[in-house]
Design a binder for this molecule. Structure first.
Ligand code: FES
Ligand code: FES
Length: 173
């Protein structure tokens, strides 16, 4: 069978078809030295390992749990990890908001919260929602994530503030 080809943060990568059972988080950390995506529960519960993916160009981004996604499911997929969020001009507005709102303590859950929020952010840029629906949209995006330092409210506040300050992602009801 052909190698497994996909991209990570815009860079083409490939893995042997024989390695198709390896979880994405292991490949990121051990093959690409991208250690920002965190391994925690390993069974798809905590969401610390969340990355953002597009299944094809132009498709809406969606969150993916890297601990429970084998490489065999990634053919042709574009993966974005926490390392791919900031640009040469600086941190993403959501990263700045996490800092300004003191959203995290130990920070172990932060890449997962960030990538879920980034996915929501990118979807809203293409498909704005009524302002009255924003809280539910944030809840839907972040609700399943676990923060053992219990920073939930500060994450929610940061995401909400960043989206409202950016403009254009929510519209009048
Ligand atoms: S480490 Fe992947 S969901 Fe917990
Ligand atoms: S900041 Fe420590 S687990 Fe969330």
């Amino acid at each position: 069978m052909a190698d497994i080809s996909f991209s990570v943060n815009g860079n083409p990568v490939s893995a042997l078809a024989a390695d198709g059972d390896i979880p994405l988080v292991d490949f990121l950390q051990e093959n690409l030295n991208l250690t920002g995506t965190k391994f925690c529960c390993g069974i798809g519960v905590c969401r610390a390992c969340t990355v953002s993916v597009r299944r094809q160009p132009g498709a809406p981004p969606e969150p993916m749990i890297a601990c429970s996604t084998p490489l065999s499911q990634l053919r042709g997929v574009a993966v974005t990890t926490v390392e791919g969020v900031a640009t040469a001009s600086g941190l993403h507005p959501l990263q700045m908001a996490f800092l300004e709102h003191f959203s995290f303590q130990c920070g172990y859950c932060t890449p997962g919260f960030l990538m879920a929020a980034i996915t929501l952010w990118e979807r809203l840029q293409v498909s704005p929602i009524p302002a009255g629906d924003l809280d539910k949209a944030i809840d839907d995006a972040l609700d399943a994530h676990i923060c053992r330092c219990s920073g939930y409210v500060l994450y929610y506040q940061a995401v909400r503030a960043a989206i409202l300050e950016q403009g254009g992602m929510v519209v009048a009801p």
